[in-house]
Design a protein around this ligand. Structure first.
Ligand SMILES: Nc1ncnc2c1ncn2[C@@H]1O[C@H](COP(=O)(O)OP(=O)(O)OP(=O)(O)O)[C@@H](O)[C@H]1O
Ligand SMILES: [Mg+2]
Length: 396
C-alpha cells in the first residue's frame, strides 16, 4: 500500500498536484457573498495563514484559489492537499517528503508538498482530520518555515503561505483536545467564512444560468433557451444542503436530460435516483407532534394537477399547499406559520415569495378550501365541516 503509493504512481500524483491558482472568478452578487469577496481581497496580499470555513460544497477550494491568485504569489505554485484522504503516515510524508530508505519502498528521496509549494501557496483541505503529530509539524513549519523530511534530520527551510479549509468546528475540536489550540491560533490569523447557498438565494439564478451555459457548451449544443418559470421556482425553493456543488450537479443533469433543447428548461432533476419506494416526509406541527405526511405522489388526483410523472411541478404544488394551509391555520400571521412549518421567519418569507403568496389576505367570503393534508393523511375519510376542519390535521 505505502509502497505502491510511493512508487512511480506517487510521483505522477505529486506532479499533477502542481499548478498555479485557478483564475475562475467566483460567481455571486448577494450582499453576504460580496462581503466575503471584499474580505478575500483584504486578506490575499498578506503573507499570513488564512482559514476558510464553510459547509460542504460552498466553494472553499475556489476561495483558497482566489486568495492565492490575488496574492503576490499568484504566479508561483499553488499546491493542494486534502488531509482527509491519507493515513497519518502518508500525510506526513506527503506534506514533508521523505529521504531515500525512510521506509520500505522509499527508494529515492521525494519532495513533499511544502517543498513543491516553496515561494507559493499550499492549500490544506479538511485540516481538522490531521493527526496531532502532523499538527505539531505544521505548527512549526508555519511558525518558522522549517521541517524535516520523513527519515531525515536535516531541517529544510521553505517560504510557503498556508491556506487551510474545514467544515468542522475547530474551536470545539480544540475544546475536545482533538485539535491543537496553538495551531488554530496561528491558522486563524484571518478566517474567511463562505456563506451557504441558502443565505444568498439571490445568487441561485445567476449560478444556475452559469452552470447551464457551461453544460450546454460541453454538450456541443448551440443554444440554451433559459429556465421556464416553474423550473426557476423549483431551484429557488430548494434549500440546497449540498450548496453550490449540489446546484451545479442539478442544473447540469437537468440540462443534459432536456427533451426539447430549443425550449426553456422546464424540468429540474434534483434527485437522479429512480423512485423505488416513497420516502416518508415528516412535518412537525407547532405542538411538536411529528406527523408522517404523504409524499407528493400520495396527494389525491385532481383535474388541475400536473401529469403524474412531473415530479418538479407536483413538488411545487405540494409546497404551495403546505404554505397556504399553514397561513390559513395561523390566521395569516407569518411568524406563527413559520413555526408551524418548522421554518425560520425568513425561510417562510422566501418560500411565500417564490410561490407568489406574499401579501395573501384571508378571504372571508370564500369557503376554506379542503386541506390537502386532511385528505391525504386520512385518504377516503369524509371531509369534516368547514368550521371544524383544521389545516395540517390538528384540532383547531
Ligand atoms: N461562487 C461560485 N461560483 C462558481 N462556482 C462555484 C462557486 N462556489 C462553488 N462553485 C463550484 O462548486 C463546486 C464546489 O466548490 P468547492 O469544491 O470549492 O467547494 P468546497 O467548499 O471546497 O466543498 P467541500 O467541502 O465538499 O470540499 C465546484 O465545482 C466550484 O467550482
Ligand atoms: Mg473542498
Amino acid at each position: 500500500m505505502a509502497d505502491g503509493y510511493h512508487g512511480s504512481g506517487g510521483q505522477s500524483l505529486v506532479r499533477s498536484a502542481t499548478s498555479t491558482a485557478d483564475t475562475a472568478t467566483p460567481i455571486g452578487e448577494a450582499p453576504a457573498f460580496r462581503e466575503m469577496l471584499a474580505h478575500i481581497s483584504l486578506a490575499a496580499p498578506l503573507n499570513r495563514p488564512v482559514l476558510v470555513i464553510g459547509e460542504r460544497g460552498t466553494g472553499k477550494e475556489l476561495v483558497a484559489s482566489r486568495l492565492a491568485y490575488l496574492s503576490q504569489r499568484w504566479d508561483r505554485p499553488f499546491i493542494k492537499l486534502n488531509c482527509a484522504v491519507l493515513s497519518e503516515a502518508l500525510l506526513d510524508s506527503e506534506l514533508f517528503g521523505h529521504e531515500a530508505g525512510a521506509f520500505t519502498g522509499a527508494a529515492r528521496r521525494r519532495p513533499g508538498r511544502f517543498e513543491l509549494a516553496d515561494g507559493g501557496t499550499l492549500f490544506l483541505d479538511e485540516i481538522a482530520t490531521a493527526s496531532m503529530a502532523v499538527q505539531e509539524k505544521l505548527l512549526r513549519v508555519i511558525e518558522y518555515g522549517t521541517f524535516e523530511r520523513v527519515g531525515g534530520n536535516e531541517p529544510q527551510q521553505v517560504d510557503v503561505r498556508v491556506v487551510a479549509a474545514t467544515h468542522a468546528d475547530l474551536p470545539a475540536l480544540v475544546r475536545a483536545d482533538r485539535f491543537r489550540a496553538d495551531l488554530l491560533d496561528r491558522l486563524a490569523f484571518d478566517v474567511v467564512a463562505v456563506p451557504p447557498l441558502r443565505a444568498r438565494p439571490e445568487d441561485i439564478p445567476l449560478l444556475a444560468g452559469h452552470f447551464a451555459l457551461r453544460m450546454t457548451r460541453e454538450l456541443g449544443r448551440e443554444l440554451f433557451a433559459g429556465f421556464a418559470p416553474e423550473a426557476m421556482a423549483v431551484l429557488k425553493a430548494h434549500d440546497w444542503p449540498g450548496n453550490v456543488r449540489e446546484l451545479r450537479n442539478a442544473v447540469e443533469r437537468s440540462v443534459y436530460r432536456m427533451e426539447h433543447v430549443q425550449k426553456p428548461l422546464a424540468r429540474i432533476v434534483l434527485d437522479p435516483f429512480p423512485a423505488m419506494a416513497p420516502r416518508p416526509v415528516t412535518v412537525t406541527l407547532a405542538a411538536g407532534a411529528p406527523v408522517a405526511s404523504p409524499t407528493p405522489q400520495a396527494a389525491p388526483p385532481a383535474s388541475a394537477e400536473p401529469e403524474a410523472g412531473d415530479f418538479a411541478a407536483r413538488t411545487r404544488q405540494f409546497e404551495a399547499r403546505l404554505l397556504r394551509e399553514a397561513m390559513e391555520a395561523s390566521r395569516y400571521n407569518q411568524r406563527t406559520a413559520a413555526r408551524r412549518l418548522g421554518l425560520t421567519y425568513y425561510q417562510l418569507r422566501h418560500y411565500l415569495k417564490v410561490h407568489e403568496l406574499l401579501g395573501q389576505k384571508p378571504d372571508a367570503e370564500a369557503p376554506a378550501a379542503p386541506s390537502a393534508l386532511d385528505q391525504a393523511v386520512t385518504p377516503g375519510a369524509a371531509p369534516a365541516p368547514a368550521s371544524r376542519r383544521s389545516p395540517l390535521g390538528t384540532a383547531a
